[in-house]
Design a protein around this ligand. Sequence first.
Ligand code: NDP
Length: 257
Amino acid sequence: MASTPSPVAIITGSSRGIGAACARELALAGYRVVVNYLNNAEAAEHVCSSIIDNGGEAITCQANVGNRSDRERIIQQTHDAFGRLDLLVNNAGITSQGRRDLLEATEESWDMVFDTNLKGPFFLSQLAAKQMLSNQCGPNGVIVNINSISSYAISENRADYCIAKAGLETMTKVFASRLASEQILVYEVCPGVIASDMTAPVKEKYDRLISEGLSPIQRWGTVEDVATAVRILASGDLSFSTGERLNVDGGFHIRRL
Ligand code: NDP
């Protein structure tokens, strides 16, 4: 009997930060991975070669998730290289451009943030789901969206980011509901404050907030904390759960008095 081929994962924005950690973690778990990036080819190549050096399989794929033809190219290159798709991790994301106060927020930032953080995941998930349904054998697939505590904890200087992430929560549920009958599970991981290039410019602020008790577990989250959660959800082991959120936030979401 023919054995099921190794599963294939696309991780958007995996040249750096949380995405890079997910690519490494999933490769160690046996996935063949597509390392997507926007500009940073060198970093993407580095992630890819470290996976290959460890005995895994990986390719890089330059594509802007906010652009339709680029999204189609990610799916096509994945199919050309590996012939199937089992997992999409919608990780690529940017913060509000300039972190301006609400009253000074710009349309340019809104459009960039929404294209990258919400429109991209929505239409890439649509393409990925169709691709997963064409797998010749094995289970149909899993989609994991990387959301944020900013989907419910607002920042007045990142309104577009917060609103896009709030939309991603509903997107997770809509896809979970529609794709359940297709045997595709859909989840979201909700990181708290994670050390990465995104949070480097506000490190001192978060150092202070964490030391003052921002979350019950008093430390920065790591990109590996998030990658572990993605691997667990991607496993398909939670086969009667879909549309779920897994918080990776040191307990930040717990309302306290
Ligand atoms: P980083 O800024 O460290 O990395 C961003 C990654 O996304 C890079 O690989 C970048 O590629 C890629 N990227 C950016 N824009 C696009 C695009 N249009 N198309 C394709 N790839 C793109 O971010 P983090 O690792 O910190 O964040 C990853 C995700 O986690 C985001 O969705 C973010 O909102 C979320 N998150 C992060 C938290 C944190 O504290 N860090 C907390 C909660 C959620 P390149 O290298 O080419 O620029």
